[in-house]
Design a binder for this molecule. Structure first.
Ligand code: HEM
Ligand SMILES: *[C@@H]1O[C@H](CO)[C@@H](O)[C@H](O)[C@H]1NC(C)=O
Length: 324
């Protein structure tokens, strides 16, 4: 019996081993192929951050929006063409996404250093990690080897990205459809501790909540008054923005503390208090920053692996905005 089976086992083991080469992202993927890759990305992120602190939240969000639409394949970085409206020009992304020039600058240096080797999707995953590191003082290893996709369709961004109007059940569903638990959804939402929002993303909570109440009663009234000053009813300037939290350039548990004070900016933030499991997690994260940071790092790594292209799939884009 054993004698019959063992050759099978050898073949099976070899098959599995060869599969692994192309079927799993690897930490240190560029160590031999382009040793300075991660250093160059970090250098560009740092340079840009010191000019504009908004770059860090911008890049974290671009990575999230890349991964939830066709996987982490750099599809969000592709520019529209006369014959195609790309993801980046759909309402969840335009005009709010920012940080694209940082990816372009890193890509230009990487093409000069090691032509055709480092994917745009990997650059973005590294840049998001570096942004967390700069703003949060904690880091994580990013497994790499992603390839770049050749398709970017605006309607897919709208269909796959959760809007800020969602309630806790809808958020749970949206994240479950990408393989995340409800707990991971709450953990990842903590990214809203940094950055800004356009008034358009929450103004219904101030002026047109529902048929009987103009203002969302779950929003702290004093915070609502401040937001109304920053986002006046009579202004339809689409560029008006407000900070997410009191420390929008520091990745900490400020987001969870705010929610406990009824100062979550979006319906999708404040709704986490309406379910006992998610409310409990908000409390735990607010109390235990180290726990949240550890869970957040793990969830970011998981997100960075969503539906990636590997091996010979896709391409290594020469310019992150243009399909080769
Ligand atoms: C849970 C569902 C989520 C919803 C409904 C949501 C929605 C939004 C909205 C509406 C904005 C404001 C955009 C603007 O008007 O400028 C925003 C900003 C942001 N989001 Fe989310 N988001 C979610 C999850 C996430 C996740 C998972 C991450 C990353 C891990 C993330 C990272 C960010 C960051 C960093 C910003 C600030 C961007 C900047 O300053 O440029 N969000 N989000
Ligand atoms: C408006 O919202 C409040 C608070 O959530 C609720 O009590 C009320 O029934 C809502 N009114 C309508 C017409 O939906």
């Amino acid at each position: 019996m054993m004698k019959l089976i063992s050759p099978f086992r050898v073949v099976l083991a070899l098959l599995l081993a060869s599969q692994c080469v192309v079927s799993q992202l690897q930490v240190g993927f560029y160590a031999n192929k382009c040793p300075l890759a991660e250093f160059i990305v970090k250098d560009e992120v740092k340079k840009a951050f010191f000019k504009d602190k908004g770059i860090a939240p911008g890049l974290v969000r671009v990575h999230f929006h890349d991964c939830f639409v066709r996987g982490c394949d750099g599809s969000v970085l592709i520019d529209s063409t006369p014959s195609n409206t790309a993801e980046k020009d759909s309402p969840p992304n335009n005009p709010s996404l920012r940080g694209f020039e940082v990816i372009d600058n890193a890509k230009a240096r990487l093409e000069a250093a090691c032509k055709g080797v480092v994917s745009c999707a990997d650059i973005l995953a590294f840049a998001a990690r570096d942004s967390v590191e700069i703003t949060g003082g904690f880091s994580y290893a990013v497994p790499a080897g992603r390839r770049d996709g050749r398709v970017s369709v605006a309607s897919e961004a709208l269909a796959n990205l959760p809007p800020p109007s969602l309630n806790v059940d809808q958020l749970t569903q949206s994240f479950a459809s990408k393989g995340f638990t409800q707990e991971e959804m709450v953990t990842l939402s903590g990214a809203h501790t940094i950055g800004r929002s356009h008034c358009t993303s929450f103004r219904n909570r101030l002026y047109s909540f529902n048929a009987t109440m103009s203002q969302d009663p779950t929003l702290d009234p004093r915070y609502a008054a401040t937001l109304k000053q920053q986002c006046p009813q009579n202004s339809n300037d689409p560029n008006l923005v407000v900070p997410m939290t009191l420390s929008p350039a520091t990745t900490d548990v400020g987001y969870y503390l705010d929610i406990l004070l009824n100062k979550g900016l979006f319906t999708s933030d404040q709704t986490l208090l309406t379910n006992s499991a998610t409310a409990n997690q908000v409390i735990q994260n607010a109390r235990n920053p180290l726990l949240w940071k550890r869970n957040f790092a793990a969830a970011m790594v998981k997100m960075s692996k969503l539906n990636v292209l590997m091996g010979n799939a896709g391409e290594i884009r020469m310019n992150c905005r243009v399909i080769n």
